[in-house]
Design a protein around this ligand. Structure first.
Ligand code: ADP
Length: 170
């Protein structure tokens, strides 16, 4: 089975895929950027499941680099996979944690039987990861991860992000 990597410019909330990945924060209770957009468009069903996760297995929140799935609510996807990217640090190399977000999300996607999975550029917004390096880690990790997904789609919100990912794919 081969996995195709694709790029689109647009919003993660518009993707008609089996699973969209949320650049969440460890609280799982919402935030800005991708997280805010997913909860706004997906409706209260996503937050309700996130609260249930916090009340159960994830009492202290979702650790950085891990991933967990919920319903996609009103989104045109079937599932949301929440993952927590690392905050960029100039003094500490957190690349493994960023790679782990992509790996763990694909592992959860496989558990869900997802064949199409859409990712945003995790950590490159509020968490300030440099875009070119974030794109490199995203593409390298997607290529290196064994998965049953047929399509891994990177959804880039602006031209700058699209160009950074395109440079890694070509
Ligand atoms: P993080 O906290 O992991 O940095 P952000 O949500 O702040 O996450 O940003 C991650 C990336 O997603 C940034 O490059 C940002 O421009 C982009 N982004 C913001 N909103 C959307 C959206 N609706 N769809 C896809 N990408 C988005």
């Amino acid at each position: 089975m081969t996995t195709t990597l694709t790029l689109v410019r647009g919003s993660i909330t518009d993707q008609e895929v089996d699973a969209v990945v949320n650049a969440a924060n460890s609280s799982l209770l919402g935030g800005g950027g991708v997280d805010g957009a997913i909860h706004r468009r997906g409706g209260p069903g996503i937050l309700a499941e996130c609260r249930a996760l916090r009340a159960g297995h994830y009492g202290k929140g979702l650790p950085t680099g891990k991933a967990v799935a919920t319903t996609a609510g009103d989104l045109p996807a079937r599932h949301v996979i929440h993952t927590v990217g690392p905050v960029w640090s100039a003094t500490e190399d957190r690349s493994d944690l960023l790679a782990s977000c992509y790996r763990e999300s694909l592992r959860v996607a496989d558990e869900l039987g997802a064949r199409t999975v859409a990712f945003p550029a995790i950590s490159t917004g509020v968490y300030r990861w440099p875009l070119d390096d974030g794109a490199r880690i995203a593409v390298e990790t997607a290529r290196a991860t064994r998965t049953a997904a047929e399509e891994i789609r990177f959804v880039l919100f602006d031209d700058r992000a699209y160009t950074a990912f395109a440079a890694q794919i070509d």
